[in-house]
Each structure stands twice: as structure tokens, then as C-alpha cells.
Design a protein around this ligand. Sequence first.
Ligand code: AMP
Length: 443
Amino acid sequence: MSFSDLGLLPELMRAVADKGYDTPSPIQVQAIPAVLAGRDVLAGAQTGTGKTAGFVLPILQRLAADQGHGSSRAPRALVLTPTRELAAQVAQSARDYGKYMQLRTYQVFGGVSINPQITALRGGCDILVATPGRLLDLAQQRAADLSKIQVLVLDEADRMLDMGFIPDIRRIIKLLPQKRQNLLFSATYSDDIRALAERLLHNPLSVQVAARNAPIELVEQRAYRVQKEQKRHLLVHLIQEGQWRQVLIFTRTKHGANRLTQQLEGAGIQAAAIHGNKSQAARVKALDMFKRGQVTCLVATEVAARGLDIKELPQVVNYELPNVPEDYVHRIGRTGRAGANGEAISLVSSDESGLLRDIERVLRRSIPTLPTPVFKIVESAAPLARENRQPQGQGRHAGHGQHGGGARREGGSSERRDSRRAPTGARSNTGTRSFGQTRGRGR
Ligand code: AMP
């Protein structure tokens, strides 16, 4: 299936090609023809599935085909979103996909001054993207004319419900023409969503696409080149320097997961492992402790992590790169929270360069490799440390800032370092970093 099979106008095809998309996503394959045909749609699709293009493209096409609406230019399509970020994102998509058309998109949301929005709405637009509360204010002030709306989209309807927007949405719907097309997108189906869908939609096409993870765009990706045997030291450094509180770490093997867990514990960082040798109950328990913040690190193998509900994490670390590039996408999709970016960090040893290249090929983008910060090498007596976390470690010195293969040393490599362990979350006072690259995300 290609975009040209979906019946889109050449202007839209061009805009899609500019974006670099070659094939439509499953939600697009199903939703675009239905929306073009004027049908109501109930779509179970989360962010990351390409849902926005799934409704924006056909809406643009329908509006372009029907331009004879006088000079008032009251909006003809209304997209309601739960957050201002999503409103801005959807509006930007509409501008991007509609760049070869003469259609105007405008977004309104709360938290900013209303007056510029009133002025802008007077100028007219074709697509209005709005959060419900602000739209109601604008409608009450007669700044938003909703009497010409032909298509209503509820985007992330479940979140709007959770955020208590339903009464506002009901009020908005009363201001719309009775005869219109309705599209409802929701990542989850609760009874409330079903009830809303029943009230709102007429003979809808139901589309359900497999839940995917957060879109790659929301994940800040970076890589460090580091020798295999030094990875654990760099990881400890990153966790301590960044004051990471919740980090999911992927290893390739069960044995590797166990070993790393012990090593982290030895460095004073609470960690738990989940892998196939552990019972489901043990895995769930580890996950629960992780979610509650009782352990900082969850060290997981790919397969074990797959069956668990782990998402919206601030940090994901690829301690070892996966052999299959798609697994990388899967892994890093665990991060990226609503309204905030997640970080995915890959520790890449020289023998993994090929894997990194494969991943970049699949992503169609390069992953920035940052200079490896100076980190200390702490050889800890793991069993001792596990029995008693507080005492000082048997640290060895030496900070190595080096790129994979160990060919280059950077700043302060010969510097002796204080090898005291910092307890998890405490700022390590082991002195300077040669490169201020570890951007921590305090929670
Ligand atoms: P969405 O689920 O609408 O938030 O989209 C997620 C991301 O996928 C956005 O960054 C889009 O630019 C991108 N995207 C949408 N459709 C496609 C496609 N057919 N091919 C590749 N990327 C796409």
C-alpha cells in the first residue's frame, strides 16, 4: 500500500513526500479513505502511530474541495485536544501537510493571553485546533464562530476525559451544526469512551491499531563510545551525575542482567533484574518496586521487558545494543512521557558499531555520539556492598574519558579521582567533568 493508493490529492502527496514518508502507517491506510468518504471514525490509536496524518490529510482534502463558503472564513474543521502541546503539534502538522494548499490553520489554548487569539480568529481560518476550556471562552466572547464546522475531531479523547473536559466538550458540541462528520481518537477504551463514542458517532468505522510506543521524536537519543569493560563505570557515573531516579537498562543476556545488577548495587545504586529466569511474580514485584521508586534501576532483557507495562520513563539505557534494530525502537519507546521528552542513552563499544549503523539506517537519522565524560573506575566488592550499602567502596582511581576502542583519551584522563561512592541520587563530588555532556533529568 502506498500513499497514492489512498486517493490523496497531488498537493498532499507532495507534502507527504517532503516529510520523507514512503508508506502509510496502518492507521492511515484505514482512516484516510474512510474520512475522505465522509464517514465517522472511531480509532484506537496512540501517539506514534501516525494518527495525526490519518485525520489531517483527508480533512485538508475535504476542505480544499469545498472552498465556496463566502468570505467569513469561519473554521470548518475543529480538532479538540487535551493539551496545548498536542494542539500546537496538530496545528503544525496541518500546516506542514497543507503547505501546498491555500488553507489556514490556527490553534488556541489556555495559559496564554486570549486577546491575540481573538484578533487572529477574526482573520479567519479553515482548521481550528483547540483545547476545550479556551475554545469555550472564545465562543462565549463570540470570537470563535463554530457554526460552520463540518468535521469534529476529538484527539486523545481518553485524556480529555481524564482531565475532566467532558462537560466542556458537551457544551462545545451544542455550538456545532448537527450535521457534521465526527472522528474520535483514543489510546484506550473505557466505558466512558464507549459511551461518548455512542453519543457522538454515527455508524462509525472502527479502527484499532496495535499500540506502539512513544514517537521517536519525543525521545532524545544519544550514544557514548566506551570500551566494553568500562561500560558499567560510565553507567554509574551517568546515573550519579545526572541524579537519575528511574532508569530502565537493557542488557542482551540474563546473565548480563544479573551481573550488572550486582555491579550497580556494589556501587551503591539500588537495582533489580528482570529476565526470563525469574518467575512472573518476581518480575512483577521488581517492576512494582521500580515504579514506586524503591529501586533506581531496572535491568532487563528484551524479552522480559516486553511482557511488562513499563512506559513513560525518563531514561532508558541500552547497555548493549540489540541485534535487531526494531528492538531499539521498541526499547526507547519506553521513554518519552506526555509533555516531556525522554532520554535514550546507548553505550556503544567498538564491536557494536555495525549495530549502531543498522539502527541509524532503520531510524533514518543518526544518533548523536557525545564525547564520553570523564568517569571514575570503582572496583567494588559487590557482595560486601550488597550486604551493606552505606560504607565506602574499595575504590580504585582513574578517570577515563575515552572513545570506543580506547584510542583517544580526553581531558583529565590521568587525573586521580576521589573514588568515594555517592549514594544513589546524591551528587557525586568527584570533581569536574571534562565535557559537560551528562544532562541529568532530576525528577
Ligand atoms: P502521530 O502518531 O500522529 O503523533 O505521529 C507520530 C510520528 O510519525 C510523527 O512524527 C509523524 O511525522 C510520523 N509519521 C506519520 N506518518 C508517517 C508515515 N507514514 N511514515 C513515517 N512517519 C510518519
